[in-house]
Design a protein around this ligand. Structure first.
Ligand code: GDP
Ligand code: MG
Length: 177
């Protein structure tokens, strides 16, 4: 184990969900490694990344799981959700159908997830404002109705990515400590 593991106070699992190609993998690579990729490269098997985050005087190791493209076939299994304390539920502001599917994802979270899971609704690709199909207020209203946090992000321009993950991690920490 490296020194981070030894000093870590908590380990949290969180998951990324949402339709295919909304930018889940790029949000994670931006948060974990500050990288962005123009082509999406579906990988084999479930992958996760870690990032250590300081909250107050505690060091939290966030383990964030990403799908390997199973969402395309609605084939995410219950083991993906098992033990997860948080979720980033992502849609693409330029594709209305991905926003309409948010309710389906919420249902799946209710069926498979921990009932107190912290969910942040994320409207990604805010840099593509010329092809926007979902108004920011629509995201905000849905989040309010469903009792979720909400943020618009751009993984490409690195806008609000850190904020979205940290909001989730901070809330998990508040609930569990
Ligand atoms: P996933 O299937 O949800 O994991 O989506 P990916 O992260 O693979 O991204 C799908 C495509 O959208 C890729 O071509 C990315 O380069 C692109 N993409 C992801 N995030 C953004 C963003 O914030 N802005 C723009 N313009 N493109 C993005
Ligand atoms: Mg992906």
């Amino acid at each position: 184990a490296d020194s981070f593991d030894e000093e870590c106070d908590y380990l949290f699992k969180a998951v990324l969900i949402g339709d295919s190609a909304v930018g889940k993998s790029n949000l994670l690579s931006r948060f974990a490694r500050d990288e962005f990729h123009l082509d999406s490269k579906p990988t084999i098997g479930v992958e996760f990344a870690y990032r250590n985050v300081k909250v107050g005087d505690k060091l939290i190791k966030a383990q964030i799981w990403d799908t390997a493209g199973q969402e395309r076939f609605r084939a995410i299994t219950s083991s993906y959700y098992r033990g997860a304390l948080g979720a980033l539920l992502v849609y693409d502001i330029t594709r209305r159908v991905t926003f309409e599917n948010v309710r389906k994802w919420l249902r799946e979270l209710r069926d498979f997830g921990n009932p107190d899971m912290v969910v942040v609704l994320v409207g990604n690709k805010s840099d593509l404002s010329h092809s926007r199909e979902v108004k920011q207020d629509e995201g905000k209203d849905l989040a309010e109705a469903e009792n979720l946090c909400f943020m618009e992000t751009s993984a490409l321009e690195n806008v609000n990515v850190e904020e979205a993950f940290l909001e989730m991690i901070n809330r998990i920490h508040k609930i569990t400590s």
